[in-house]
Design a protein around this ligand. Structure first.
Ligand code: HEC
Ligand code: HEC
Ligand code: HEC
Ligand code: HEC
Length: 482
């Protein structure tokens, strides 16, 4: 301080002035100190950059956006969050993935295989790095709920958003080597020449995607990229980027540029896309009624597309997976209406999905096809749909446990319980089958399957009619009333 320096040499009369200056300085110092203190306190109340991350993480974690982010980046964000938030949110995400996995295994693995690896010529690999890099959550969700008409990919409008979210979370959680992020512009158009495009398609694509772009149903190794289900979900750029990147580990290679198998130019790809778009026709109404007799030939084609993935070619079935529906005894006991109802309503809780989308004509054709299949030693069985057995539920439970549970599950859950027989304790079966249907099945068995006749001295268990009444009454008690 200049003035205090002055004070040293100052005479006594100036002391008063110095005093004032001294206190003014002290006051100023205190004021500055207070200001600094107030600012620090205030700052600590303002959000810091890491606090901001926490809020975003909390908000986005349960929403869809977070699934696009890899596990690793999500974890980094969580680390910046306040302690108690971390385990809860992660736990929830983990639960969602677990739930998605079991839904996937129950509903999708029959075709897409366990772990979603797919099977060439049958169902695409949907844990594929390039597919997951390309397909948005919305693309996957729409494919699941809408299916791909004309292919075995069934529409699942019955799955809730919550369930589909779980399946998507599960797919996104599967580890992929060298993940890629591919930007798809859904609005970009690739106008080209459809005639040139057809020529290029025939040379470069038809051998795998089918001459008419119907894919597997034409015996191709690739999916039906000329079918409306695919074309409605996929943008032009989705097709372009697929041709640019290919699908690593599958027969679908990159086709564009000098590194592509065909060195296609952007113009040639635009032509192919334009040709594919020209194939995109509006589906005919599925609900149109159909009174005529079915056509077994077109029924075979429809069966192969829609049913053979599970019931196998020719409907022979696979033990522990899907029943034989070309079975002599099944066809003798099941009416056309039983088959129609089963397909329309499905069997909830099993892989047998409801297909209300199939037209009445397709239904009639499939039934005509099943009825036309040759069976050895035809049998006639008449089923009385009205009789109701009044047995003893408690005794029935014991008998069921002894004679049936080993193949149909402890509570009749069927394949889901890892057993060889279908879910005869489930609502779907019980609402379609009459008591006498069950009785006749136990009397007749299903030739060529593990389901033997059980009734009378020739039956494997020599069951009496009363035993069957008890078992049926027990099964009915498992049925949830509508
Ligand atoms: C050698 C056989 C083969 C050839 C040739 C081929 N593809 Fe593919 N393509 C496949 C297979 C297999 C898949 C499914 C991959 C999987 O399993 O995930 C596929 C997938 C696709 C997909 C993604 C479909 C979807 O459902 O997401 C598009 C689009 C596609 N191919 C377009 C084309 C076009 C256009 C051509 C011609 C330029 C072509 N492919 C040539 C075998 C082939
Ligand atoms: C009965 C067999 C079958 C079942 C069951 C099935 N899919 Fe598919 N899925 C297919 C076939 C076949 C395709 C390819 C259709 C085509 O040619 O475009 C497909 C296509 C897809 C695609 C598009 C893949 C691509 O490359 O564009 C997704 C995603 C998919 N399925 C998810 C699922 C999920 C999730 C489930 C279970 C809820 C499921 N699928 C059940 C047969 C099936
Ligand atoms: C050794 C295993 C085994 C045992 C034990 C067994 N089943 Fe079955 N059952 C099967 C199989 C497998 C099928 C499906 C056959 C096919 O593929 O068509 C079946 C089919 C059925 C069906 C027809 C289901 C449908 O969807 O149409 C009924 C009803 C049935 N069993 C009832 C019973 C009852 C009741 C018992 C006990 C008294 C029993 N089964 C014991 C294996 C068994
Ligand atoms: C994704 C696999 C899958 C597909 C695709 C499928 N089914 Fe099924 N289907 C099953 C399973 C599993 C069952 C047994 C369900 C149970 O446990 O009751 C079944 C049961 C049935 C039954 C009852 C059989 C009996 O013994 O009572 C009929 C009929 C049937 N399916 C017809 C069809 C037809 C027709 C199609 C094609 C339009 C079809 N299914 C497509 C898996 C499938």
């Amino acid at each position: 301080m200049v003035e205090s320096g002055d004070n040293k040499s100052a005479p006594k009369g100036k002391t008063y002035k110095a005093f004032i200056v001294f206190y003014a300085a002290l006051f100023l110092l205190a004021f500055v100190g207070l200001l600094v203190f107030a600012l620090t306190v205030n700052r600590s109340k303002q959000p810091t950059p890491s606090d901001e991350k926490k809020t975003t993480a909390e908000v986005s974690a349960p929403s869809d956006q977070s699934f696009g982010i890899s596990e690793a980046s999500t974890t980094t964000v969580y680390q910046a969050a306040v302690e108690p938030v971390v385990p809860v949110t992660k736990e929830k995400h983990f639960e969602k993935i677990k739930r998605g996995e079991s839904l996937f295994n129950a509903n999708c693995s029959a075709c897409h295989q366990l772990g979603a690896v797919g099977k060439v010529g049958f169902a695409p690999n949907i844990r594929n790095r390039d597919f997951l890099g390309l397909a948005s959550d919305d693309f996957i969700k729409r494919t699941i709920s809408g299916g791909r008409p004309g292919t075995s990919m069934p529409p699942r409008p019955d799955l809730t958003d919550h369930q589909i979210d779980g399946i998507v979370a599960y797919l996104r959680s599967l580890p992929v080597a060298n993940p890629v992020v591919i930007h798809v512009d859904p609005h970009k158009r690739f106008p080209g020449n459809a005639v040139e495009g057809k020529a290029a398609y025939d040379i470069f694509c038809g051998s795998c995607h089918g001459e008419e772009g119907r894919g597997y149903s034409e015996g191709g190794s690739g999916p039906g990229i000329g079918l409306p289900g695919f074309l409605e979900t996929a943008s032009d750029d989705y097709i372009y980027q697929t041709l640019k990147y290919g699908r690593v580990g599958t027969p679908m290679k990159p086709f564009i540029g000098p590194q592509g198998v065909a060195n296609l130019s952007e113009g040639e790809v635009a032509d192919i896309i334009t040709y594919l778009r020209s194939l995109q026709t509006v589906e005919k109404g599925a609900t149109a009624t159909f009174a005529g007799a079915g056509d077994p030939l077109s029924g075979e084609e429809q069966f192969n597309i829609n049913c053979s993935a599970c019931h196998q070619l020719g409907g022979t079935g696979k033990i522990g997976f899907a029943p034989s529906i070309r079975n002599r005894d099944f066809l003798a006991i099941a009416t056309n209406d039983f088959i129609r109802q089963t397909v329309r309503k499905g069997r909830q809780g099993t892989a047998m999905v409801a297909r209300p989308d199939l037209s009445e004509k397709v239904m009639a054709d499939i039934i005509a096809y099943l009825r036309a299949l040759p069976v050895a030693n035809d049998v006639q069985i008449s089923v009385d749909p009205y009789t109701i057995f009044n047995g003893n539920k408690v005794a029935g439970k014991d008998k069921f446990t002894i004679f049936c549970a080993s193949c149909h599950g402890p509570e009749g859950q069927g394949y889901m319980a890892g057993v060889s027989g279908p879910g005869i304790g489930l609502e779907g079966f019980l609402s379609a089958a009459s008591d006498d249907y069950i009785y006749q099945t136990l009397k007749q068995g299903r030739v060529g399957t593990p389901m033997k006749p059980f009734i009378g001295p020739k039956g494997v268990a020599n069951l009496t009619d009363e035993d069957v009444y008890d078992i049926t009454t027990y099964l009915r008690s498992l049925q949830i009333p509508n």
